[in-house]
Design a protein. Structure first.
Length: 361
């Protein structure tokens, strides 16, 4: 930055630079979003056509040449693979654009209101210390947001690998087996086709679950309370997990960023309880107050010592995904409270998020 300008001017310049970088990133992300959306629309139309062809093939399986059946299944598999991939990319670009837009608007408001703020040229105590920490605030916030985005991308990549990708790989393997059987053993090929149809249904279900987790439409349409309740109810009974949902406060819509961060936190805490602590009982309490939201997840199973598990200097731990959650919550002036221990019978983790009615759209 230029020497000789006031701290206020320096801060304005830092904000303007941050806004320019954000605007460029938003433009780049928007271009990718539009491109992926076009691809999804084209693939959806192609999928409708191929599905109709496949239906005709199944209705006339005994009379259609085997080569035509093989081609129909190959086309269907290929378009389903591409559609799942582009849908996942589209959801990721939409979520990124939403986050970037909200942060851009926040910085704009800060910049607009900075004109009337008096900033002294000296630090606390008048000792002549420059206001370097204040001047770097915008940059620090950007770094934390980028880190949070990268953490979310890693989580999505792992979820995709363990869920839809594995299921689709098995589906493709079965499809290849059927292809080889068409000419060698038509009777067995017919039997394998039934198994393949079941595998296709399972794969499609997992892809739909993954897409819902990326950006559940209910969250936009019905809000945090209804979406959280459905998520808990869907999990209850699966893998011997008993999950209960309770609401305190008021069932109301909240600022979008609050709903997204609270819901993502709820998902993570339940997932940790189930997968990392082998919990069999989970109690979820969502409190919606006049100016704050509290997500509380209490579970049985194996507890952990936060001081050890969350300390990166003491090695890696799967519970360190809570550090990423903590970072996202603190970005909006919230906090994460963890009550657990290695000998504890229960673990309780709470997410506290403040908000204002002025932020409602």
């Amino acid at each position: 930055m230029a020497v000789g300008i006031s701290p206020k001017e320096q801060l304005i310049q830092a904000l303007q630079e941050a806004l320019a970088k954000l605007k460029a990133r938003m433009k780049e992300n928007e271009a990718s979003l539009v491109q992926n959306n076009n691809e999804v629309n084209q693939l959806q139309q192609r999928n409708v056509t191929i599905s109709a062809q496949l239906t005709r093939v199944l209705d006339n399986f005994e009379t259609i040449p085997r080569q035509d059946i093989k081609v129909a299944y190959e086309d269907s598999i290929e378009v389903q693979k591409r559609l799942a991939n582009f849908r996942g990319n589209l959801e990721r670009f939409q979520a990124t654009q939403h986050l970037l837009t909200e942060f851009y608007e926040t910085l704009e408001v800060v910049l607009e209101n900075l004109e009337g703020v008096q900033i002294d040229s000296l630090g606390p105590g008048g000792g002549g210390a420059p206001l370097a920490p204040t001047l770097s605030l915008a940059g620090e916030q950007i770094v934390r947001i980028v880190e949070a985005q990268e953490s979310e991308r890693r989580r999505l990549a792992n979820s995709l690998h363990d869920g839809p990708a594995q299921s689709l790989s098995n589906f493709i393997l079965q499809a290849e087996i059927v292809q080889r059987l068409f000419n060698r053993d038509p009777d067995r090929a017919s039997t394998e086709l039934e198994s393949l149809k079941q595998a296709a249904s399972i794969s499609f279900h997992k892809v739909r679950e993954f897409i819902f987790d990326l950006r559940p439409m209910m969250l936009d349409d019905l809000g945090l309370v209804a979406t959280s309740r459905r998520h808990v109810e869907n999990l209850s009974g699966k893998e011997d997990l008993k999950a209960d949902f309770f609401l305190t406060g008021t069932d109301r819509r909240l600022p979008r960023y609050v709903e997204v961060i609270a819901y993502r936190g709820l998902q993570l805490l339940i997932s940790n309880a189930r997968d990392l602590m082998q919990a069999k009982k989970v109690k979820v309490v969502l409190h919606v107050g006049e100016n704050n939201v509290i997500v509380s997840v209490e579970s049985d199973g194996q507890g952990f010592d936060p001081a050890i598990a969350l300390d990166r200097d003491q090695g890696d731990s799967p519970f360190q995904n809570l550090l990423d959650l903590q970072q996202r919550v603190e970005l909006i002036n919230g906090r994460l409270e963890i009550h657990s221990g290695e000998e504890a019978d229960t673990t309780k983790i709470e997410i506290h998020i403040p908000y204002s009615d002025d932020e409602m759209e």
